[in-house]
Design a protein around this ligand. Sequence first.
Ligand code: SAH
Length: 534
Amino acid sequence: MTARPGVAYLVGAGPGDPGLMTARSLELIAAADAIFYDRLIPPGALDGARRDAELVYVGKAPGKPSVPQGEIGERLVEAARAGKSVVRLKGGDPFVFGRGGEEGEALCEAGIEFEVVPGVTAGVAASAYAGIPVTHRDDASAVAFVTGHEDPEKDEAALDWQALARFPGTLVFYMGVKRLRDNAAALIDAGRDAGEPAAAVERGTMEGQRTVVATLGTLADAVERENVGAPALIVVGPVVGRRERLAWLERRPLHAKRVVVTRARAQASGLAATLRGLGAEVVELPAIRIEPRTEGDEVRRAVERIGAGEYALVCLTSPNGVRLLFEAMANAGLDARAFGTGPKLQQVERGGSDAGGEAQKRDSARPVQTGMTIAAIGPGTARALGEHGIVADVVPEKFVAEALVETLRSVDVSGKRVLVARAAEARDVLPDALRERGAEVDVVALYETLREAPSDDAIEAAQSADYVTFTSSSTVRNLTEALGDRFPTGARVVSIGPITSEAARGAGLEIAVEAERHDIDGLVAALVADATGP
Ligand code: SAH
């Protein structure tokens, strides 16, 4: 068991980049009965929580007093006493300016067992993302984490400015932006060199991170001029100068490029994550959503025929289709084994083959599967099948129906029953071609793509986009219709392939980039080439 009942866990969630959450934090979030969380936790940090977990926000809300510290302690105690496994999730590290110490003491006093899970603290992480090593062999053999914001209830400043001025190393100020001018003056008065390099790192590790570099004497002006807002960290020391060579974040291929992703939300995450990983600011502007249609008679009949082993060939045209077909099968008590029965087509070479119809290479060492032949339209669909334990027999290299038709040319489907499981509004290229070759084709619509109205916030954010990506013609049509004259005309349009491009041109858009490989990786590669091109 990863989270014990009656135990409270003080857990650090890291500085903001979800990728910097620890494995232990994710494990505890997934297992906890109750989670008490702050404002400064990474986006999506609670996505892995149990559906029935109690999620309680105890951070500050704008314009409202924050939940008093004593009350938070009491609520943790109460929840643990009720036998729950309790996670107290805090930004950064719980013991670094996080008041985790106080909460631990409250738990201790109440006799509640607790554990502490450290997090990546902003002082280290925001600096690292800014290309500032907090220690350096030549520049700093010590680092001090300092609060720039004294407890307002204290009468006098507890910070020893003399000592800090003399401190032989890097000074990292948390909560230091508001008082930056006073604090810098105090340091200089106490003898710290006004010319020492200093930086403010805003939104460290998060989307839109900014770093402002100046000197101790001029940083307050620079921060004011650049309008640096919370959360931000102040770093003082010669290590700031190392940023010139170590600033890696700004050098990522899509740094500061705003890219609109128009896929349905359920499919967008992979593309969005890849783009973010390359440094892009992603705006999700889904114009469609996937509406399953697995309840209908059509699907039921197809599932029965799978169960009865009637199909010689099953063609899947999207990962969604795979997911929904397996769902429909599961509802009928069937799993992947059902595909192992039924008439086998003549041997088909498994794996890629050229869409141009080049002679297929045969690998005699490869075992021949029994049961139905399974065709996937592209690598994404093949991967989805793989997750269900099915290795697709046929995957064309080009991700379009024509290529699948071509690849299936070597297969004799005449007189055979074939299933094409796909979206409701797909083109008929594949079923038509199979029928022409004498197959009896069941076309089953597993889902419909329905229009979804994008939010005003997302539309607003999209206005300054550098790129708009399209992965299907239906998203083109739906998005251009949904946005009308609010389509971001300044953005370069990136299309996954010729069919999508055609739809985009039909909608009056100019295609700036068309992927050479018609899948998500191909689209990303084409976008990166355009953004970094000569
Ligand atoms: N426990 C947290 C710190 C909480 S105090 C930790 O270990 O990181 C809050 C202060 O942390 C903010 O005022 C800011 O100075 C700093 N901070 C937190 N997240 C930050 C981020 N992503 N970028 C820059 N500074 C951040």
